[in-house]
Design a protein around this ligand. Structure first.
Ligand code: HAM
Length: 424
């Protein structure tokens, strides 16, 4: 029987060989940077989950849950949903498999297809691909800064053009609750100036008003009270510490109190990378802290932070002839340990510098004693450990021979770590 031609469903696309090459090169870059160089471990979760998972995590009042989910019933009448994002699934898996028993923080990365029933346009699809990284089990601001720097580095190495980073903090859940009430009251008092769609959702989700493109609404929002001005001291300090670390490595950002993300689980740090060459769908990738999500899914209270970035958007924003060739798996060549808490900032900057010089480096993040740090370095198979003291000093320890000596600069470490100098 002759049939008419079929097409790929609306909002989906085929990857043809030309695109396939670029996608694989990008996958290799992610693997080299996120897995091999920064030490994240690859995970996969199912493409569909209980609908309840996303309703609870992403939030019942969000666009994703209200309008964009591909939800269906299986033959036993269970409600299932094609995953619109991965953070909820990763946290579900963390709880389900008792990953709190592993050394914390657990650092995971993923790459896969996601599904949102949105109106298709350039850079916006109903099936798209995300790469993401999540660090679960630490509230250290250095972890926030590390994941942000990691995404910045990925976008830079993928040669994305005209990238800017927006950064903000949402504080604690309690601050946010109080602020929502304050903002809703403010919006009600300006209801006549707001777009109807915004007005209808004042009580359900007042924060989304910051996302509106409507001119009247934007005028109202420019004068609205800002969450960033309502942070409690602890949250403000945390945000300042994240910014200080970004400053330390010279990563530029704009603090943007109007930054809202379309998911409800965030607390404290939120960020988004955009590219000016993308037009309306400017978001390359974003993320933030979600300190209550694991608990919300039945686990212990567990702070966490991460991001996801859109592969199709990275390729749209990248220099068209980006190709790449990246190396194989390697344990860290250098593990940076701190003998004093005051060395944390220095250690953070040193790791970034070593990675820029092509040295596979990792930073202590588990709150271990110095002895524990060196044991961890050994377990990871690090060839060298750098031990930073409380002042400006550092020692380089050869993990194979046990020899330890004072070093004066990152360049000296780069040189000593060179396999030509110290062997494999
Ligand atoms: P998100 O901002 O919803 O965050 O998505 C991350 C990225 O996925 C976006 O910046 C964009 O590049 C891409 N993306 C989203 N929707 C589409 C679409 N319809 N078509 C093409 N690309 C799209 C999350 O998903 C969070 N899970 C990120 C996160 C991880 N937060 C903490 N950890």
């Amino acid at each position: 029987m002759a049939g008419g031609r079929l097409k790929a469903p609306r909002g989906t696309f085929d990857v043809l060989p030309e695109d396939g090459r670029r996608r694989l090169a990008l996958f290799n870059l992610c693997q080299a940077l996120v897995a091999h160089s920064a030490g994240f471990e690859y995970v996969e979760t199912p493409a569909f989950e209980d609908t309840e998972l996303f309703a609870r995590s992403v939030g019942g009042a969000t666009d994703i849950v209200q309008k964009e989910m591909f939800t269906f019933e299986d033959k036993a009448g269970r409600s299932l949903t094609l995953r619109p994002e991965e953070t909820a699934s990763v946290c579900r898996a963390y709880v389900e498999h008792g990953m709190h028993k592993r050394p914390q923080p657990v650092r995971l990365w993923y790459w896969g297809s996601f599904f949102r029933h949105e109106a298709p346009q350039a850079g916006r699809y109903r099936q798209f691909t995300q790469v993401g990284a999540e660090t679960i089990g630490s509230d250290d601001p250095a972890v926030d800064a590390e994941v942000i720097v990691l995404l910045a580095e990925l976008l830079e190495q993928a040669r994305c053009r005209a990238v800017r980073l927006r950064l903000s903090s949402l504080g604690s859940a309690a601050t946010r609750r109080e602020y929502r009430t304050e903002l809703a009251a403010y919006l009600h008092s300006h209801a006549s100036e707001l777009a109807p769609a915004v007005r209808e959702r004042i009580d359900a989700n007042p924060l989304r008003a910051f996302d509106s493109q409507d001119e009247g609404t934007r005028g109202v929002m420019a004068e609205a009270p800002k969450l960033l001005d309502r942070l409690e001291d602890e949250d403000a300090d945390h945000f300042a510490a994240v910014r200080a670390l970004l400053d330390e490595v010279g990563l530029g950002y704009e603090v943007d109190p109007m930054l809202v993300r379309g998911l409800d689980y965030y607390t404290r740090t939120v960020f988004e990378f955009e590219s000016a060459v993308l037009g309306a769908q400017a978001g390359l990738g974003g993320g933030g802290r979600y300190d209550h999500l694991v608990e919300l899914l039945g686990g212990d209270a567990t702070p966490a932070v991460g991001w996801a970035a859109g592969i199709e958007r990275i390729l749209l924003a990248a220099d068209p002839d980006t190709t790449g060739h990246w190396g194989d798996a390697a344990p860290p060549r250098v593990y940076v340990a701190a003998a004093a808490e005051s060395a944390a900032g220095r250690g953070f900057a040193l790791v970034q510098e070593l990675r820029r010089e092509g040295v596979v480096a990792q930073l202590e993040q588990g709150g271990r004693s110095l002895k524990g740090q060196l044991r961890h370095a050994d377990r990871l198979g690090a060839r060298f450990a750098v031990i930073l003291d409380g002042d400006a000093g550092m020692e380089l320890k050869d993990m194979r021979t046990g020899e330890q000596r004072r070093v004066g600069s990152a360049a000296e470490i780069v040189n000593a770590a060179d396999p030509e100098v110290s062997g494999p």
